[in-house]
Design a protein around this ligand. Structure first.
Ligand SMILES: [Zn+2]
Length: 317
């Protein structure tokens, strides 16, 4: 229901941002309960707060060269990135989201404290108070509540991993998370907070599925999934160096190795791989094979020239 599909709305700072149709369902519910003006102000405040939260994760993920993409959905947001190479990096990415969100909420609180008259403007007042309260509350819950798959639950699991073997850490993290959800659910039912009941139920399902499936709660960058920052980039710079030294065989060998680990490199880098591979193979005299690679390479002057040469050679025998 709250899947990972969404419409891309914009891209800023190398981070594509998408919105899931489930966010529109939330918008309709909030407007339905609160009226058009306050409802839209509330939804806009939550949207901006969650967006800042996810950008907090994304900024740290980009710092570790893990790439990042943000999805805003009906129950919050998600920041996708490649697996971090250590628990420490993972923890910093996790802390970055709620920390930036709390800072943003506190900044609005401080602003309103010095200029309280803005609260009298209907739409603006609702928007600013909702933004400040939601940001601080949601940020603190995400940071400190040991609820999986929220940030706090993941941080708690990373903490347990330092104290016990992974299998026990995983089980205990999920048990504590379930216990916290039972408490939150009991509170939500007593307070007749319909939306909170829904959130607790969805999170409970995530926990139940995680316990049943036995899938790891964290994945580390290793082997094929190692980030481009080390493995792929080393291979590509090796291929560039061999190509510059006119060692065509070595350049081609490294390119073939890169093709096997295509999941770790970007489209742009893959184009460069096709270019080096095509040119190196052409230099070795394998014209028909080279054409296959050159077809996928970008239209640089060297590539065009090599394509023409290969066509002439391939046609002449
Ligand atoms: Zn988060």
């Amino acid at each position: 229901m709250f899947g990972t599909q969404g419409f891309k709305i914009y891209e800023a700072g190398g981070v594509p941002v998408s919105v899931s149709p489930t966010f529109l369902i939330l918008l309709v519910i909030v407007v339905g309960f609160n009226g058009i003006v306050p409802g839209t102000a509330l939804a806009a405040a939550v949207f901006l707060s969650v967006l800042i939260h996810e950008y907090g994760h994304a900024i740290v993920a980009l710092r570790f060269k893990l790439g990042a993409a943000v999805l805003i959905h009906g129950l919050g947001g998600l920041c996708f990135h490649r697996p971090a190479s250590s628990d420490r990096d993972d923890a910093l990415v996790l802390v970055g989201g709620p920390l930036l969100e709390i800072i943003a909420g506190a900044a609005v609180f401080a602003g309103v404290f010095f200029a309280p008259e803005v609260l009298a403007i209907p739409w603006v007042g609702t928007f600013l108070s909702a933004f400040a309260y939601f940001s601080i509350l949601w940020g603190l819950i995400n940071l400190f509540a040991p609820i999986y798959p929220l940030d706090g639950g993941r941080l708690f699991h990373l903490l347990l991993r330092r104290l016990m073997p992974e299998a026990s850490a995983r089980t205990w993290a999920l048990r504590v998370s379930m216990a916290a959800l039972v408490l939150a659910g009991a509170y939500a039912v007593t307070a007749q907070a319909f939306f909170l009941v829904l959130v607790v139920f969805m999170l409970g399902m995530d926990n139940y599925n995680a316990l049943q499936s036995g899938a790891p709660l964290v994945s580390r960058g290793s082997g094929r999934a190692r980030p481009m920052s080390d493995f792929g980039k080393e291979l590509l710079s090796g291929a560039e160096a061999a190509f510059a030294d006119e060692d065509w065989r070595e350049a081609a060998r490294l390119c073939h190795q890169l093709r096997a680990s295509v999941s770790t490199i970007s489209d742009k880098q893959m184009k460069r791989v096709w270019e080096i591979l095509g040119l190196a193979t052409a230099r070795m005299g394998e014209h028909e094979e080279a054409m296959e690679y050159l077809k996928r390479a970008p239209d640089t002057a060297a590539v065009k020239e090599a394509r023409e040469a290969c066509e002439a050679k391939a046609g002449s025998w």
